[in-house]
Design a protein around this ligand. Structure first.
Ligand SMILES: Nc1ncnc2c1ncn2[C@@H]1O[C@H](COP(=O)(O)OP(=O)(O)O)[C@@H](O)[C@H]1O
Ligand SMILES: [Mg+2]
Length: 358
């Protein structure tokens, strides 16, 4: 059964993804309430209402459940206990299990391997001795990451060859939190697939985007990706497998490394709309944001078809000053997030240049 227009959708998290979800929800006739501790957040600027409280505040969660017909979220670090408390009172999509899987890089890789999707080799690392052993096993190079809460390349350290002098103090320098060492993947390119699963189990996927990162932050997503159709199909199929295994409802982002032979290793999953899917608002009839709202509202999914080739570029920090000049270009869609302060490394907006097909 689908959510009647005029119903309220709760959104946990008030960043730009929540903002774009709220805008898509409004276009389908829904109201939105955003739970976010930071006042005047990007999402609340376009939502009907903000509950200004911590994501795990029991009274705020009870209020969100009381006013929402369904609750979704815009970031994967929503506390699992909070999502479970909500789910006892109101449908929460994507399902809490997706949060649980995506929050821990070790659990995520075990889940992926368990359903037959290959990833980089990995070892859990809790001590400097664990790190020494794991690096030895990987021939001296690898990427050490915090298991939880990492984003935009934060909480990562690259080892390119065994360093003399051992690794005493590394775990402390990483904050004495559980870590993972991943073998270094000599990828040819990175791609991602934005896919969706409806309440009725229908699955759709957009074309894979080719992603370039700068300083650990997504810089551009380009469509089409320079991959053959076999690789593209394999990426779509893997995303579909993940959605079914999680009994998922909503949009998911799945990042992959493409190796020289065209084979894929899954990097990570994001149980939400994804930065590498922002191009869909410009080059598709149905954006990832609308697709997500359709899914969680129990509406039919839209076609993921792409009418144009395109390149999406993020505006980080002062890049946002390029806005007015960019708008002088034809066939360019600019999207700003309403953030007051352009701090270095902060995602302030993005734009997508489309090139129409003849
Ligand atoms: N095992 C790996 N081998 C090679 N490059 C990697 C590996 N893991 C991550 N990277 C590079 O670092 C980027 C960020 O890592 P990722 O695990 O996606 O973390 P985040 O959560 O910060 O996006 C990736 O997009 C990729 O460019
Ligand atoms: Mg990533």
């Amino acid at each position: 059964m689908s959510l009647p227009a005029g119903s309220t959708i709760g959104i946990i998290g008030g960043g730009q993804l929540g903002r774009m979800l709220a805008m898509a929800a409004a276009r389908l006739g829904y109201r939105t309430v955003v739970l976010e501790p930071q006042a005047d957040c990007p999402a609340a600027q376009v939502a009907n209402r903000q509950i200004t409280a911590a994501y795990d505040d029991p009274a705020a969660l009870a209020e969100l459940a009381a006013v929402s017909a369904v609750v979704t979220y815009e970031f994967e670090n929503v506390p699992v206990a909070a999502a479970e408390a909500l789910a006892a009172r109101v449908p929460v999509y994507p399902p809490v299990r997706a949060l649980d899987v995506a929050q821990d890089r070790v659990g995520e890789k075990k889940f992926l391997n368990g359903i037959g999707i290959a990833t980089a080799d990995f070892r859990s690392v809790d001590t400097d001795d664990d790190l020494t052993a794991a690096l030895k096993a990987f021939g001296g190079s690898g990427i050490l990451k915090t298991r939880r809460m990492g984003y935009d390349g934060k909480g990562q350290r690259v080892f390119r060859k065994m360093e003399a002098g051992g690794f005493a103090g590394t775990c402390e320098a990483m904050g004495n939190v559980p870590l993972i060492l991943e073998s270094f993947v000599p990828f040819e390119r990175e791609i991602s697939v934005i896919a969706a699963r409806g309440l009725d189990g229908a699955v759709t996927a957009y074309d894979p985007a080719e992603n370039v990162h700068r300083n650990g932050i997504l810089h551009t997503s380009t469509l089409p990706a320079a991959i053959n159709s076999k690789t593209a199909d394999a990426a779509r199929a893997a995303a579909g497998k993940i959605l079914s295994a999680l009994d998922y409802v909503g949009v998911i982002g799945v990042e992959f490394f493409v190796l020289a032979d065209g084979s894929l290793l899954a990097n990570e999953i994001a149980p939400r709309v994804h930065n590498s899917g922002h191009w869909t608002e410009a080059a598709c009839t149905i954006s990832q944001f609308e697709q997500h709202i359709r899914a969680v509202a129990g509406l039919p999914l839209g076609s993921p078809g792409r009418h144009s080739d395109c390149v999406m570029e993020n505006l980080i920090g002062d890049d946002v000053l390029r806005g007015p000049a960019l708008l002088a270009e034809p066939d360019l869609i600019l999207h700003l997030y309403g953030k007051a302060e352009a701090r270095p490394g902060r995602k302030m907006g993005h734009f997508t240049r489309i090139s129409r097909r003849p």
